[in-house]
Design a protein around this ligand. Structure first.
Ligand SMILES: NC(=O)c1ccc[n+]([C@@H]2O[C@H](COP(=O)([O-])OP(=O)(O)OC[C@H]3O[C@@H](n4cnc5c(N)ncnc54)[C@H](O)[C@@H]3O)[C@@H](O)[C@H]2O)c1
Length: 262
């Protein structure tokens, strides 16, 4: 009989696989890249900010993880193709793709600026779609793959002051289900994690006293998430063995936010 370590490694181990983490220089992306790397994967950190990319690669390497950094702009298909081709040249193929780039901005509804709306939609929704398109093109001929998109608790529920962000994240969950259905028979799975509240650069400026109070009231666990608490869900959904029959899921990691009522 296999030891429990061998059994768990057979289910969740990612050795011999390459993951591209777009937005990998951000708070959640770095944490997910580190977790996938510790589970055995080689990691391509991709981000539009070179300094963050380099810093993330250095941190992964310090953990003993094989990693490279590549600059990318998710709103540009050519830039994504260049990322994909460089990632394949380095890793042999791309087994896993994590779409973790995202931006946000908060205003009252009547102050929503159409240009800001377009920018948020371009990065969060169109960027996720383009990235899936570009990587699936190659996954179709390289034995399949697994994609993890990042939704949000407001993929499902409204939150105040983040209208474009919410619409983009609802779109990401919808896109995820459509891709899952379209490519299931081709060996490509596509799932989403919908995180609750994990303070990071993009949302910290929205967190005034009133909002924090509302978040804590709405979160049954009465605390923020720690980015490390997303890692196990990501490994489950991305893993060929543990996640083999899971596709099209929107997996909420939110301290109970979406199940709370009063
Ligand atoms: N932090 C949270 O509480 C939370 C909750 C729900 C969902 N999310 C989502 O998780 C993802 C990661 O967010 P985070 O909290 O780590 O934020 P973050 O700002 O730390 O990271 C986002 C990363 O995306 C990169 N990025 C932005 N535009 C890009 C572009 N055009 N091309 C390539 N990269 C680009 C940024 O440089 C940054 O490194 C986002 O999609 C976000 O919407 C975050």
């Amino acid at each position: 009989m296999a030891s429990s370590a061998e059994y768990l490694n057979g289910l969740f181990g990612l050795a011999g696989q390459t993951a591209v983490v777009i937005g990998g220089g951000g708070a959640l992306g770095l944490c997910l890249g580190t977790g996938l790397g510790k589970a055995g994967a080689k990691i391509v950190v991709a981000d539009c900010r070179k300094a963050q990319c380099d810093e993330a690669v250095a941190r992964l390497k310090a953990e003993g993880i094989e990693a490279i950094g590549i600059e990318v702009n998710v709103t540009d298909k050519q830039s994504l193709r260049a990322l994909r081709d460089e990632a394949i040249a380095w890793g042999g193929k791309v087994d896993m793709l994590v779409n973790c780039a995202g931006i946000n901005a908060g205003t009252s509804f009547l102050d929503v600026d159409p240009e800001v709306w377009d920018k948020i939609m371009a990065v969060n929704l169109k960027g996720t779609m383009l990235s899936c398109q570009v990587f699936i093109e190659k996954m179709l001929t390289s034995g399949g793959g697994s994609i993890l998109n990042i939704g949000s608790v407001n993929s499902d529920k409204p939150l105040s002051r983040v209208f474009a962000y919410a619409a983009s994240k609802a779109g990401v969950v919808n896109l995820t289900a459509n891709i899952a259905q379209e490519f299931a028979e081709k060996g490509i799975r596509c799932n989403a994690i919908c995180p609750g509240f994990f303070p990071a650069e993009q949302n910290r400026r929205l967190l005034d006293e009133k909002r924090v109070e509302n978040i804590m009231r709405g979160t049954p666990m009465r605390r923020y998430g720690d980015p490390n608490e997303l890692v196990a869900a990501a490994i489950l959904l991305l893993s060929k063995n543990a996640g083999s029959y899971i596709t099209g899921a929107a997996f909420y990691v939110d301290g109970g936010f979406t199940c709370s009522w009063f």
